[in-house]
Design a protein. Structure first.
Length: 152
């Protein structure tokens, strides 16, 4: 069996995040959780994932603190999956992926689902990366300060 490379000790936050969320099933489970899906059978129906794959991804998301297992809201013997605070913090990531997909993966005029604000049913403004003063930045206006391993 091929051993999976892990980035859990990486100095790069992107590498660590991809270690947890870099699988399409994980991101789609999180998307569905934001859409109100909480039960295994509903995740499976929405995603079309095999039971073993879905079980594995749900367990990994629970282990990562993104989802938690809670008693069923209807009082039945079943359990449900709920986003934790850590999971809810992924909302911006999901919206950014959605907006990128809308901009680059659909032909002009092609229909797709829309994310609207709940108050006025209006489309959302595109997400922007802002500096501390609120000015929008492009990638060329940023840099990454790498961790130095040299001793002074």
């Amino acid at each position: 069996m091929v051993r999976r490379v892990t980035h859990e000790g990486a100095e790069c936050p992107v590498a660590r995040a991809v270690d947890v969320l870099g699988d399409r099933w994980a991101l789609l489970v999180v998307r569905d959780a934001f859409d109100g899906i909480t039960r295994f059978s509903d995740f499976q129906r929405s995603l079309g994932a095999a039971k073993n794959i879905l079980t594995s991804r749900l367990r990994a998301l629970v282990d990562a603190g993104i989802l938690e297992v809670v008693p069923a809201s209807d009082g039945s013997a079943y359990h449900e999956y709920a986003l934790t605070d850590r999971g809810r913090d992924l909302f911006t990531v999901i919206v950014a992926l959605r907006q990128w997909g809308e901009a680059h993966l659909f032909a002009d005029g092609e229909h797709h689902s829309e994310l609207l604000d709940a108050t006025g049913a209006r489309p959302l403004r595109r997400i922007a990366v802002l500096d501390a003063a609120g000015r929008a930045l492009t990638a060329s206006e940023t840099f990454v300060r790498k961790v130095s391993h040299e001793s002074a």
